[in-house]
Design a protein around this ligand. Structure first.
Ligand code: GCV
Length: 862
């Protein structure tokens, strides 16, 4: 923002500051503006771009209804600050604030100034609220709020919910943005700015917005599975940084950027996360490094949260179960045989560590634990189960008001040969256990089991995790992967919200103790506690924030973070609406741009499924990178091997988890179990999750499974071709830097999608022994040249050679698409033989447009 203040009061100064419209580029005269413009052009402002409203009518209306900013008692309630000399890195653009209301006010100054293209003054309400004022506050901080909004309106808002109301009529009206807390008022401020950023009217407002889930959290895995470091390979960071968003131990040119120094990007992140309602972050990997628990790091963490706190963002840490044995904590260390979760030694150590953290970070959230999973230590190493371990930690931190997020991502091979069955087999019995006091379920109240959406590991499509609904006596957090580990990393444009929407809106068919179906039983109902009454609720996104210029490594990966926040606030929102908001806020409100980008986003995930893992085949990625295809790989550990999941043989493809197979299906409630048990009733997009599908099995559209499979791979690629061309059509409407960045990524995306298609189809063909299907695909065509019909084109080939008789005309006289709804254009005719002709075919798949360019090399028939 424009004023760097080191956390001092800004009232008064704000109104007098340089024109905030400089951010939107209306003034290019001074060098600071130009620097700011560069900063924006990088994509570093995420969805907080406040570009002047282009529609003159709307702009005039907005200017009439937004004439002043009123935030009374803006400095009255400074948040806790531990670090005495907290300061920004020299030359920063952002600035520190000490209250959430200051954050709200400054966002309005900056945002409204940009959107309206003129400064909006900050005025006290002492002389009355002026017409056109935007009033922000709580009933406690603002007399205007108390006067304009009856106390009853606040009852249903809880701590985080907000309301936005137009008060009065026509020219004699103003807007009130309020909540029970200052952070809620800040959320409302972002909600109001979002209306303007997305070209919505701001008159006659009566908005009430209350989050459905209490903890809307990020897990940032430092640099593991992070694709937002901005070196050439996307794995490391700039200038001695390690790619992570937060610098603890950077070296070289960035040695002066380590915490407690605050960088611009931390505050851009804080503002962006607050704008979607995210209220907490684990900054370190669940494969945890004990360094984050050392006194030096705790001081750095405290400084970071000091800066984030006004934005309502709390901190938690991921820990190793055996951290007490680390000599870095000497003399306060334990021996391995003291890691008994019931022992005073174990509980005492964690209580002391949590107390030490709390002294610097009073609102510290607690610990996240990955135990007995992928080599991480846990209670099973000492003869105890996950319930014992989680409860031991929970007892240690309960007196401090902290929570334990215990991950259920476990897959001990001794439990069952089918990896998918293992987690529920370990956790289910603890949930069901009868307790001495007559209740059921052993997990303590301050434990949340953190469970991935699907039973495997963040694949582009998974069935729901059967634990949702089955853990009725336990608090449960839903974990989603925002970083695109298996879904295209920082190359593929893959909007993940449709996947999350699909999971959240899946009917679990959960029943009560009498076997009666619950009234509310979608995954979202389970997660938000509506279905089974849990009071502690959470959604956790494994985040994608790094030190790349655009902070996420791909301009479109920002959309996934945005969508995660919006869904964590309200999982009932549609992914299309979220895409529409994000596009308008991040790119443009242009009439051509918005529908094109939204359409690209909406089909992009299904395209990834199609060219990577169609029809329910899963985990076919190269084992190390999780990016490229590796269907033939068999590793020492079977359940990391693509072959373990594909089970390709001469009969067919896929993992039989029906009752005659591994019987995973019976972990679901009966309606789903029966549905998935029968190949005929299993949704085709989940087919190979549950069945070993014979190559000749007849699909619903009448095609043999093999043909359908091949066409799915091809459709995915052809969607990417369409996206690449659609993006090109936007060039004139977008800023050059971001346009070209995405354009280059889409080109690579198409190459890599083809690699997936070709590698997988060729490998499967060795087992199916079947010919490549050619004439039924959605973009299949026949062409007529010189009276002769040519067909049977393998859609995977880049070009096709046609032998044309010597006396025939080289011109294509007819194009006959297999799909009658398809359209085509002859882009190039051959004027002679040899020569080249190009036909572009376009059609619509169930998930979006497909485009295929046929390149024909005409040669003389011999
Ligand atoms: C942090 C997958 C990822 C790992 C990750 C693990 C987890 O296996 O590949 O990088 O570990 O999930 O969720 O714990």
């Amino acid at each position: 923002m424009l004023i760097a203040s080191g956390g001092v009061t800004l009232a008064g100064a704000v109104a007098a500051c340089a024109p905030s419209s400089a951010w939107a580029g209306s003034s290019k005269s001074d060098s600071k503006t130009i620097t700011l413009m560069n900063w924006e052009a990088l994509g570093s402002q995420m969805w907080l771009r406040y570009v002047k409203v282009r529609d003159p009518h709307l702009l005039a209306q907005h200017r009439q209804h937004v004439t002043a900013i009123v935030v009374d008692n803006v400095d009255a309630h400074p948040v806790y600050r531990h670090t005495a000399d907290l300061h920004m890195h020299p030359g920063s653009h952002e600035h520190l604030v000490t209250t959430s209301l200051q954050a709200a006010r400054d966002e309005l100054v900056h945002g409204l100034g940009g959107l309206l293209g003129e400064d909006v003054p900050v005025t006290p309400s002492a002389g009355g609220v002026p017409d056109g004022a935007v009033v922000v506050g709580t009933p406690d901080t603002s007399a205007a709020v108390r006067r304009d909004v009856p106390a009853s309106a606040f009852r249903s808002l809880g701590a985080d919910g907000y309301l936005i109301r137009s008060v009065g009529h026509g020219a004699n009206s103003h807007t009130v943005i309020a909540g029970n807390t200052e952070v809620a008022a800040l959320y409302g401020t972002y909600g109001f700015l979002r209306l303007m950023q997305t070209d919505k009217p701001i008159t006659g407002l009566d908005v009430v917005s209350v989050p459905k889930v209490k903890s809307r959290w990020l897990d940032n895995w430092d640099t593991e599975r992070l694709y937002a470091g901005n070196n050439a390979t996307g794995t490391g960071g700039l200038n001695g940084e390690n790619g992570s968003i937060f610098d603890f131990a950077a070296t070289g040119a960035s040695a002066d950027k380590n915490l407690p120094v605050i960088l611009d990007r931390y505050l851009v992140v804080a503002r962006s996360l607050a704008a979607v309602g995210i209220n907490g972050i684990n900054i370190n990997n669940v494969n945890a490094n004990n360094a984050y628990l050392t006194p030096a790091y705790i001081e750095q963490e405290a400084a970071l949260v000091d800066a984030l706190r006004p934005y309502g963002i709390r901190l938690a840490l991921s820990i190793r179960y055996d951290a007490p044995t680390d000599q870095r904590f000497a003399p306060d260390t334990l021996t391995a045989d003291q890691l008994d979760p019931y022992s005073d030694a174990f509980r005492g150590w964690w209580n002391r560590k949590a107390t030490e953290i709390k002294a610097a970070i009073p609102d510290f959230g607690g610990f996240t634990v990955k135990a007995n999973s992928e080599g991480q230590p846990g209670p099973q190493d000492f003869g105890y189960d996950h319930g014992d371990g989680a409860n031991g930690m929970a007892a240690a931190v309960a007196p401090l008001g902290m929570t334990i997020f215990w991950r259920t991502f476990v897959y001990n091979a001794d439990v069952d040969p089918d990896r998918l069955k293992r987690a529920y087999m370990e956790f289910g019995p603890i949930n069901d256990e009868q307790q001495p006091d007559g209740t059921k379920g052993r997990f303590a109240d301050n434990v949340l089991l953190q469970t991935k959406n699907g039973p495997l590991d963040f694949q582009a499509r998974e069935p729901i995790n059967p634990m949702f609904g089955r853990m009725e006596n336990t608090n449960q957090a839903l974990e989603l992967e925002v970083t695109q580990e298996y879904t295209g990393q920082n190359i593929m444009l893959d909007y993940l919200a449709p996947m999350w929407e699909e999971a959240l809106k899946t009917d679990t068919h959960a029943t009560d103790a009498d076997g009666k179906p619950l009234r509310h039983r979608l995954v979202g109902d389970i997660v938000d506690g509506t279905a089974q009454g849990q009071q502690r609720t959470a959604m956790v996104g494994v985040a994608n924030l790094g030190n790349a210029d655009d902070l996420t490594g791909h301009q479109f990966s920002q959309a996934n973070l945005f969508a995660f926040g919006r869904l964590a606030w309200d999982w009932t929102l549609g992914s299309r609406r979220i895409a529409d908001d994000w596009t308008r806020m991040t790119w443009s409100n242009d009439r051509h741009v918005v529908p094109t980008i939204v359409q690209m986003m909406m089909g992009s995930r299904e395209a990834v499924v199609s060219y990577q893992t169609p029809l329910g085949i899963a985990h076919q990625m190269h084992a190390d990178t999780h990016y490229a295809p590796g269907p033939s790989e068999t590793l020492a550990r079977p359940d990391w091997s693509p072959t373990y999941y594909n089970k390709a043989d001469s009969v067919g493809l896929g993992y039989d988890r029906s009752r005659t197979g591994s019987d995973f299906v019976d972990q679901y409630f009966p309606v789903l179990a029966d549905r998935y048990n029968d190949i005929k009733t299993t949704p085709e997009n989940l087919l190979m999750w549950f069945h070993h599908v014979p190559w000749g099995y007849q699909m619903k559209d009448g095609l043999p499974f093999w043909d359908e499979l091949v066409y799915r791979y091809q459709m995915g690629v052809q969607y990417v071709t369409w996206m690449r061309k659609a993006w090109d059509s936007l060039e004139a409407s977008l800023d050059a830097r971001r346009f070209h960045e995405v354009q280059a990524k889409l080109a690579q995306h198409e190459v890599d999608a083809k690699d997936w298609r070709d590698t997988c189809v060729r490998y499967w063909q060795q087992f199916s022994g079947r010919a490549m299907p050619t004439d039924h695909g959605p973009t299949s065509i026949a062409v007529v040249i010189g009276g002769k019909r040519y067909d049977g084109f393998d859609l995977s080939a880049d070009s096709h050679t046609l032998s044309v008789p010597t006396d025939a005309s080289p011109r294509i006289s007819r194009v006959i698409p297999a799909d009658r709804a398809a359209s085509y254009r002859i882009l190039q005719q051959a004027s002679q033989v040899p020569g080249k002709a190009v036909v572009e075919v376009r059609t619509q798949a169930f998930f979006g447009p497909l485009e295929k360019d046929y390149v024909f090399d005409l040669e003389l028939a011999s």
